[in-house]
Ligand binder design. Structure first.
Ligand SMILES: Cc1cc2nc3c(=O)[nH]c(=O)nc-3n(C[C@H](O)[C@H](O)[C@H](O)COP(=O)(O)OP(=O)(O)OC[C@H]3O[C@@H](n4cnc5c(N)ncnc54)[C@H](O)[C@@H]3O)c2cc1C
Length: 387
């Protein structure tokens, strides 16, 4: 038997440390997040006290080495955390997701020792991070970005506008992509680590959204923002590589957000249909309802396997591009289907804010849009299978 086969494990069997970590996040989400879900959605805000507790829990610096103040855990741990938090509230899931799978991931992978030393301990202990690639004119076509970075002595001066930036409201540390040479196309794109109080930087309007309302989505204004050259992440002109590679991994985190959401919706539907009586018995006793719930369980199980597989491949250092695209598109479709079913099974109660499922239905939609729309995921998959 080959070495690989000897160590092959069922995808859903967790190592002891993974199981302990997953359970601690699950308990936290039940105790600390669940009571706040409706209020956070209504006020479109995550209280700072909850963010502080997420830091204390250790989920804001999951892959940060212990030497830099983090948990020194794996990408798979981050996926477990995002899944468990999103089961209760996908807005909290995405806060933690962006922090770990995009911002910290990029600094760990592309940052030199100076940047790692200056920023990783802060990100693991108190500072929220944000990842700013999109602009009004460049979404799917991300490398059409027009934010400019001009060299001036020891600094780069950044000018432009970033749009749709998750965690914009809460973040202290922003990973910003701008071009040093628009003529050079994608080869001009450079990544910068920008602090909220750098001169010329400001956070603009916050979007009023359909779903994940508590998660802030903001415009960023760069008006001659001075960034020390030491804050270039990776090499000048290689930011496109940082963006592509972090987003390939981030996509697995969105898959995790969506399977957590779908699980949450299915659990609500199971509980409700066992309690709600019509025609003299719980509606869960009607075979039509049972089959709908069973189909949803099939969807959730399949989606979860795609997410875990992509995450395990990533941690094993194996190619995962297609698997990440598959998990993102499939999990987001499953989240939409399962949360929609949950609304149906709650009947009129599914349509009102007093019950939890209409929110999950609204939250599900974002999975098909950010970190590459579903069409873009299909494009990636098609390219791989067609060669
Ligand atoms: C809540 C929220 C949070 C976000 N957070 C962040 C963040 O933290 N950082 C960040 O940088 N960005 C963020 N974004 C931006 C997000 O990544 C973009 O919205 C997304 O990539 C789509 O870009 P777009 O909105 O410009 O749509 P477009 O690119 O204009 O797409 C519109 C439609 O056209 C389709 N389309 C476009 N090109 C093609 C093609 N070649 N083939 C087939 N179909 C195509 C798309 O699939 C889509 O259906 C966020 C967005 C939202 C809504």
């Amino acid at each position: 038997m080959s070495d690989t086969l000897e160590h092959a494990q069922p995808l859903t069997v967790l190592a002891e440390d993974e199981a302990i970590f997953r359970d601690s996040v699950r308990q936290f989400a039940e105790a600390q997040v669940r009571p706040l879900v409706r209020e956070m959605d209504e006020h479109a805000k995550i209280p700072r006290s909850l963010i502080d507790r997420l830091f204390e829990l250790g989920v804001m610096g999951i892959e940060v080495p212990e030497s830099h103040g983090g948990a020194g855990a794996s990408f798979f741990h981050a996926v477990l955390a995002v899944e468990e938090l999103s089961r209760i509230d996908p807005s909290i899931g995405v806060l933690v997701d962006v922090q770990n799978t995009l911002v910290i991931n990029a600094i760990l992978r592309w940052g030199n020792e100076d940047l790692r030393r200056r920023y990783l301990p802060r990100l693991a202990s108190s500072s929220v991070g944000a990842y700013a690639l999109s602009e009004a004119g460049s979404g799917s076509d991300a490398f059409a970005l027009t934010s400019r970075a001009r060299e001036e002595g020891d600094t780069f001066v950044l000018t432009g506008r970033k749009l749709w930036i998750t965690n914009g409201n809460e973040a202290d540390i922003f990973l910003i992509f701008a071009t040093v040479d628009p003529e050079a196309g994608y080869r001009g794109i450079t990544a910068f680590v920008v602090e909220r109080d750098f001169p010329g930087f400001a956070v603009g309007k916050k979007e009023d959204k359909l779903g994940i309302r508590a998660s802030s989505t903001c415009e960023l204004m760069l008006d001659g923002c001075r960034v020390p050259k030491a804050n270039v992440l990776g090499e000048v002109g290689k930011g496109y590589k940082t963006a592509i590679e972090t987003l390939n991994e981030g996509r697995i985190g969105i898959g995790a957000q969506m399977i957590g959401l779908a699980r949450g919706a299915l659990e609500h539907a199971i509980k409700y249909t066992k309690e709600r009586k019509q025609f003299g018995k719980p509606i869960a006793e009607f075979q039509a309802v049972q089959h709908q719930l069973a189909r949803a369980a099939v969807d959730v199980e399949a989606a979860r396997l795609t997410v875990y597989n992509a995450a395990r491949l990533r941690d094993a250092g194996k190619p995962f591009l297609t698997e990440a695209a598959v998990c993102k598109i499939f999990s987001s479709e499953v989240a939409e289907r399962v949360s929609s079913l949950a609304v149906n099974l709650f009947g009129g109660n599914g349509f009102v804010k007093e019950y939890p499922v209409e929110k999950l239905f609204r939250d599900a939609k974002i999975g098909q849009i950010y970190e590459g729309t579903s069409n873009l995921q299909l494009q990636t998959i098609a390219k791989q299978i067609l060669g």
